[in-house]
Design a protein around this ligand. Structure first.
Ligand code: 8YV
Length: 323
């Protein structure tokens, strides 16, 4: 019988990461990559000491009571709103995330959304693919200039900063709003100016969201905020579903309260509001902002290293709830 600690990997990861874990642990993994339902997840986790999970796996107090041996859960994500951190602390379960390794990749994708939305790229491609293009027209698919525009960033954390730095080449004015004002040197490096939420919404041509999801940021952008934006402005969300009230955004896109939106995340994903599909002025992506080959590998590897450190030394590098 194996005396190695038992761990669960809830979704498909890279093979060498499973090999790395198997050296020290008895690994159960769900390499089919189909998310487990909550009952299957609870059963599989019930005798484990550690788990590598993703944002679709919920960890709450009720689940923890069924997992008496659990010592650590390692999220393959920087966001951890799928985990009840306080319940984990009460149960003495360490929680880790994957900060830092995905900032540039997520910022790159934010720019893909900004450019595609401002220049109506997916709308124009759909038109071309449908065989509707009958020739060049002066006023065809007129978009929003990104260069020299005003970029408004909610959340100047690691990812927000990486987005701001990329605005330099477009010679943009960069405004930001955050509940915590970063040190002045960060503002200088990012060429970003702190403004109120209202100023950001009314002045920005492009509003982009880089805040974590929490009760404080739930529906940060709703009907009132959309009405404060310029009718020519666009909204970009590569942070978390729920930061934007999707029904209000759909209404604003429909009535042209704002010009467009670029979205990588949705409320209730993957079952997002189907009304988005009827709108031409929205660019849609299935939560892939961090999905470059190199970065998804680094995220999975960092989660595995956190698991290893937690179960061997009791001190993982990205420990969110030290006790
Ligand atoms: C992940 C993310 O792909 O890190 C995050 O918080 O949103 C994405 O980079 C996703 O959460 C996978 O669990």
């Amino acid at each position: 019988m194996s005396s190695k600690p038992k761990v669960l990997v809830t979704r498909e990861v890279f093979d060498d990461i499973l090999e790395y874990l198997s050296q020290s642990f008895e690994v159960t993994s769900n390499q089919s990559d189909v998310p487990m339902d909550s009952e299957t997840f609870a059963q599989k986790l019930s005798d484990k000491e550690g788990a590598i999970i993703t944002l679709s796996d919920r960890i709450d107090a009720a689940l923890l009571t069924r997992c008496p041996n659990l010592k650590v859960v390692c999220n393959i994500a920087v966001g951890y709103n799928n985990i009840d951190l306080e319940a984990c602390t009460r149960a003495r379960v360490m929680v880790t995330n994957t900060p830092g390794v995905l900032d540039d990749t997520t910022a790159d994708f934010t720019w893909a959304l900004i450019l595609a939305t401002a220049r109506r790229l997916t709308e124009a491609e759909a038109y071309l693919r449908a065989g509707l293009w009958d020739g060049w027209k002066l006023k065809q698919f007129l978009g929003l200039d990104v260069h020299h525009a005003t970029l408004g960033i909610f959340g100047l954390g690691r990812i927000g900063q990486a987005v701001a730095k990329r605005a330099v080449g477009f010679e943009m004015k960069v405004l930001y709003h955050d509940v915590r004002q970063p040190p002045p040197e960060i503002e200088q490096i990012c060429h970003a100016h702190f403004v109120s939420k209202e100023e950001l919404l009314s002045q920005a041509d492009i509003v982009t969201l880089h805040v974590p999801y929490s009760p404080a940021t739930h529906h940060l952008i709703s009907k009132k905020e959309l009405q404060q934006m310029k009718p020519t402005a666009i909204l970009i969300n590569a942070s978390r579903g729920g930061v934007v009230e999707d029904a209000a955004l759909i209404e604003a896109l429909h009535t042209k309260t704002i010009a467009g939106a670029g979205l990588d995340v949705f409320e209730n994903e993957p079952k997002f509001n189907p009304k988005f599909l009827d709108l031409k002025n929205v660019v849609l992506a299935p939560h892939i902002a961090s999905s470059s080959r190199a970065t998804r590998y680094k995220m999975a590897r960092l989660a595995a290293e956190n698991l290893m450190a937690a179960l061997t030394r009791g001190n993982p590098p990205n420990w969110l709830n030290p006790f």
